[in-house]
Design a binder for this molecule. Structure first.
Ligand SMILES: [Ca+2]
Ligand SMILES: [Ca+2]
Ligand SMILES: [Ca+2]
Length: 240
C-alpha cells in the first residue's frame, strides 16, 4: 500500500513537472516566434541616397531609398519628412503607402521616369532637397519616433548614390555605389538590392531580462509545486 501510494505520488509529481515544462516550452516558443513589437518608423533603414545626380539636375533626379527589415507592413502615410533646416513635408496619399517586410521603397523629387534619370519613385515629395555637402533626412511619426540620417562632406559624389552596407545606420557604414547603373547612367540601385544583401526580418529574440524573468517564474512554480506535493506524501504514508 505504502509503495503504491508512493508510486502514485511520484507519478502525479512527474505529470505536474511535465505540464510545467510543456507550458514553459510553449511560452518560449511563442516569444521566439513572434516579433518584439509592431514595426515603427525607427525600425526601417535608409539604405541609399542620391543627393547629387549627374545625368539630370538635382531638382529632377534626387531620391532616397528605404528598406523594411521588420516583420510587419509599414504605412508611410502621415509621416513627416524633414531636415534640421526649413525642409518639411508631410507624406500624404489618398491610398496607403505600404512597404512590405523585406522590400524597398523609393522617395523621389520627380516621379517622371523620362525626366528623373530613369528610376521609379514610389512617392514624390515636395519642399525637401538633399544637400550635396551636408544635410539630414529625418522621418518622424505622430508619436515622435524618428528615423534619422545626418551626413557631412565626403558622403556625396556626383552621379553616384551612397549606399548602406550594414544593418546599422552609422555614417561609417555607407559607401559610394560604383557597381550598378540605372536609367540614364548614374550609379545606384533605386528600389532594389545593391552591394549589401539585407535580411528580411529581425531575429525575434526576447531581451535577456525577459528570459531571466521566465526562468525565475518557472523555478518558483517548481518550488511551490514541490511544497504542495510533499505534505500529501507524508500524510499518505502516515495513514496507510
Ligand atoms: Ca542635391
Ligand atoms: Ca535638405
Ligand atoms: Ca538600392
Amino acid at each position: 500500500m505504502k509503495k503504491h501510494n508512493s508510486q502514485a505520488q511520484t507519478c502525479a509529481l512527474k505529470k505536474s513537472y511535465k505540464k510545467i515544462i510543456t507550458s514553459l516550452v510553449f511560452t518560449l516558443a511563442t516569444i521566439y516566434s513572434s516579433p518584439n513589437h509592431a514595426t515603427i518608423i525607427s525600425d526601417l533603414l535608409i539604405t541609399e541616397i542620391m543627393a547629387n545626380p549627374d545625368a539630370v539636375t538635382d531638382a529632377k533626379g534626387e531620391w532616397f531609398e528605404i528598406y523594411n527589415p521588420g516583420n510587419d507592413i509599414f504605412n508611410f502615410n502621415g509621416i513627416t519628412l524633414s531636415d534640421n533646416g526649413s525642409n518639411s513635408h508631410v507624406i500624404s496619399s489618398p491610398t496607403d503607402l505600404l512597404i512590405n517586410p523585406g522590400e524597398y521603397f523609393v522617395f523621389g523629387r520627380n516621379g517622371n521616369t523620362s525626366e528623373n534619370g530613369g528610376y521609379l519613385a514610389d512617392y514624390v515629395y515636395s519642399n525637401f532637397t538633399l544637400g550635396n555637402a551636408d544635410d539630414e533626412i529625418i522621418l518622424t511619426d505622430t508619436l515622435g519616433n524618428t528615423l534619422l540620417l545626418e551626413y557631412t562632406s565626403g558622403f556625396v559624389n556626383a552621379g553616384k548614390s551612397t549606399e548602406l552596407l550594414s544593418t546599422e545606420m552609422l555614417i561609417s557604414n555607407y559607401d559610394l555605389t560604383s557597381d550598378f547603373n540605372y536609367g540614364n547612367g548614374d550609379f545606384g540601385t533605386p528600389g532594389s538590392e545593391g552591394s549589401y544583401a539585407f535580411n528580411q526580418a529581425f531575429s525575434p529574440v526576447p531581451e535577456p531580462d525577459s528570459i531571466w524573468l521566465i526562468l525565475m517564474g518557472f523555478f518558483l512554480l517548481l518550488a511551490r509545486k514541490r511544497r504542495t506535493e510533499q505534505p500529501e506524501t507524508t500524510e499518505s504514508l502516515l495513514y496507510s
